[in-house]
Design a protein around this ligand. Sequence first.
Ligand SMILES: Nc1ncnc2c1ncn2[C@@H]1O[C@H](COP(=O)(O)OP(=O)(O)OP(=O)(O)O)[C@@H](O)[C@H]1O
Length: 503
Amino acid sequence: MIKVQRLVGGYTYPPIINGVDVEIEQGEFFALLGPNGSGKTTLFKLITGQLPITEGRISISSKEIASLSKLEKAKKIAVLTQEAHVSFDYTVEEIVSLGRYPHQKGLLKQLSKKDLDVMEEVMELTNIHHFKTTPFRMLSGGEKQRVLLAKALAQEPEILLLDEPTNHLDIKHTFQMLDLLKDRQQRRGLTIFAILHDLNVASLYADRIALLHHGRILDVGDVDTLRKADQLKKVYEVEVTPGSHPTLPKPQLLMTPSYTDSSRPFYFKNSYRIKQTKNYFHIQFEHPLRTISNGVIGDGIQWVKHVCNFHVDRNYNGSEPKKDLQSWMTDYSIPYVQAVGMMTAVMLEDVVIVKKEIEGIHMLAIVTAGVGNAVDITKRSFLGAVQTVGTINTMVFIDAHFTDGALVNGYMSATEGKVKALNDLKIEDPESHTLATGTSTDSLVLGLTQQGEKTPYAGSGTIVGRGIGQMVYQATHEALKKYLKRVHEEGYRTTSERVGVMR
Ligand SMILES: Nc1ncnc2c1ncn2[C@@H]1O[C@H](COP(=O)(O)OP(=O)(O)OP(=O)(O)O)[C@@H](O)[C@H]1O
């Protein structure tokens, strides 16, 4: 749709834009990215005709842009620039009406019913209706931006060119504006070419991106192009780690500042406090740990300072366990936004804590174990109602630095240690009468100080991985023995719990 070929141009010599080739397809959302001064606005001005071209060619639907009359261009293309000077004291409505100019007929150029309908629609869409009689100059920067977008949409263009359209907008209005543009793109086939600064926002909305560097296109492609961390580092001179959006298949970038964290390194052995009551087990760290967990609170990969395991009645049947945990933590002044939270009906006095130092790496494993819900994952086809004193909650903390891959690896190592403990104690799935591999509600948190050299692996082929497996084995084995003893001595199985131990 828009074809830019061997484009050279810009204010100075040598020119700012120095041989740009790029094609924007019909109906796509194309984002132009690049650092300050890379030439984005200059390229934009060359495309919109605000600056003369020195060399090369720009065509729209195969027609050279220079050959189109002003009116022909205005019917096809609307432009939203950063430098929108509105010199007269126009009202918002009057500004929007200017967008209809290319469509007005006759010498008097009066607004038709269609013009008024379109204006109403775009003012509604951009949420500026309520100040349509306000003078433009009296609006905030963000409000002005929405009015200028309404004017551009009133033009009913095939192509919309936008230079940093979200510049003055807060996150609500940024997302509102881009959602609106995306909707126009998807429903009406609007072609969008936008200069954007926020790479994460570009990733969420653009179909393709181009990265401009020193007046040349360094790379162009779909948004996964943003996963090329080395390229981004070269262009922006910032440490970038590509991650992923949790619900959309789009990259999201995490930037690392270059200042050093003055609280590190710290001595792991002195960096935590444990509090244990009948109601809860709480380990508090002085410095946040990088955690991977399936806890009711703090699941996924996080940084947390608190890990809690709350005792619940064996008949606990809360429909909103997350809310319950948040309120219990609040009662005990534990900030749940910095926490991993688990629940168990196991007696907390049976908790087992194992500390180890393996090849200079300090490790800590804490386990509460019950096996009322023991399951052989390979045999069960369905589960009955969950029994409550039947959970193995495992907490492992290590003074090491893991990559995200190593966190997953470490999680596997911990699970292998747990399964081995269950097997050695011959814990049985009461339905299948085979060796259990876990319980149906097990929780695990693995926390790392992220100190020292980064480790990419933590499986059984590594010292740290074996350390995790061995500690979890030892702690789980001991905790299970305490549980089985209690079952044996106290007739713990009075309700519907069943604990099978194979003979
Ligand atoms: N009117 C001008 N006259 C001369 N040089 C200019 C003019 N406007 C911009 N430049 C220069 O052109 C280069 C590219 O500027 P441009 O505005 O295109 O960058 P940009 O990528 O849009 O930057 P930003 O992200 O800061 O908006 C810069 O070195 C700038 O100093």
